[in-house]
Write a protein that binds this ligand. Structure first.
Ligand code: ASP
Length: 343
């Protein structure tokens, strides 16, 4: 066994964790990342070496988009061989989207990429940033037989480590801001750090790490609601260059059976637009054909999202569309798990 300390790279992208209050306006804005490390001297006590890198202009994560996903994953790619683990500091608002997208982009990942952030800025007396950051670094440093124990993109927040592409932000107020409804926690931090090893992702291949940067954003997200009009659905389906739609349906994947609705979807599918059925429910799964109200969706060729989150479905769609998967392979590819995002 080697005595070398794990080498961890902290990637700062922005978010509350590194924000300060503007005294004049009272609003939170981003500040220089170097100050963040000065504010947590405890980092020196951790049993690992820490290096830091920051986006040139840190952002509030509500401004995130696929261009930033590429930037963050390029930082990981450039440093992949020199570090044992990565901790990405990111605003909590869209953290689940970024963690989900990166889980597809970073193929054959054999090292941890742990996303974390905070509900209160690091300078606040009651901040949750300190614990989130310190434990995330510890998680990223875990080793077994000289290899990283965690080998996937995950998200650590308020004592829990989750698979990143299974998470959803569920609370804008509580420190417990995230949840993974359809997959168990990977680890829990109490007096001891307990890792649920049987739930950890293990790639089945020895193929080298590969970054996929081509993401296709020609997609739309439609959340169904009682009373949604034909005009709304039809105008979205007429979006130029549209290639796929995530349909957020009711319960176990159910929708209206109105003929105008089914006909619009059916025509879109005939025209090569992929329609993905993802439930609006936070937990549970789409089972097309279980109710009469999803039978027609199944019949016209809607793709099942099974128990995927909307966040992961968006990332997976952009990733698969960016890979030019053929039309007759697309349904099978979407319904097959890539990195533990669906059961
Ligand atoms: N608005 C902030 C962001 O997502 C909130 C946070 O950091 O938690 O960047």
């Amino acid at each position: 066994m080697s005595n070398k300390k794990p080498n961890i790279l902290l990637v700062y992208t922005g978010g509350t964790i590194g924000m300060v209050k503007d005294f004049k306006t009272g609003t939170l804005k981003t500040f220089n990342f170097n100050n963040l490390l000065k504010r947590i001297p405890e980092l020196e006590l951790l049993d690992c070496d820490i290096n830091t890198v920051s986006l040139e202009e840190p952002i509030d994560s509500s401004n995130i988009n696929p261009t930033y996903w590429v930037k963050i994953s390029e930082i990981i790619e450039q440093h992949y061989d020199y570090f044992d683990g990565f901790v990405v500091l990111h605003g909590s608002d869209t953290m689940s989207y970024t963690a989900s997208a990166l889980s597809f982009m970073l193929e054959n990942l054999k090292k941890p990429v742990v996303f974390t952030g905070a509900q209160l800025p690091i300078g606040d007396l009651r901040t949750d940033a300190r614990e989130n950051l310190i434990t995330s670094i510890q998680v990223a440093s875990l080793q077994e037989n000289d290899a990283p124990l965690i080998q996937e993109v995950c998200l650590y927040f308020e004592n829990k480590l989750y698979r990143g592409n299974r998470t959803t932000k569920i609370n804008a107020e509580n420190f417990q801001a995230f949840k993974s409804f359809n997959y168990p926690e990977l680890a829990e931090s109490g007096v001891h750090l307990k890792v649920n090893e049987k739930y950890l992702w293990r790639s089945k291949t020895d193929a080298p790490f590969k970054l996929h940067k081509n993401l296709d954003t020609n997609i739309a997200l439609i959340k169904l609601y009682p009373g949604i009009s034909e005009a709304v659905i039809s105008s979205i389906l007429k979006t130029p260059n549209l290639k796929a739609v995530i349909l957020e349906t009711f319960g176990a994947g159910n929708s209206s059976t109105a003929s105008w609705f089914i006909n619009l979807l059916s025509t879109a599918i005939e025209n090569g637009i992929h329609i993905i059925n993802v439930t609006q429910c936070l937990g549970g799964s789409v089972i097309m054909g279980h109710y009469e109200t999803s039978n027609q969706l199944k019949r016209i060729g809607v793709i099942s999202g099974n128990d995927i989150t909307t966040e992961a479905a968006l990332g997976k769609l952009m990733f698969l569309l960016g890979k030019d998967v053929s039309d007759n392979q697309f349904k099978m590819r979407f319904e097959t798990p890539i990195c533990g995002e669906l059961t």
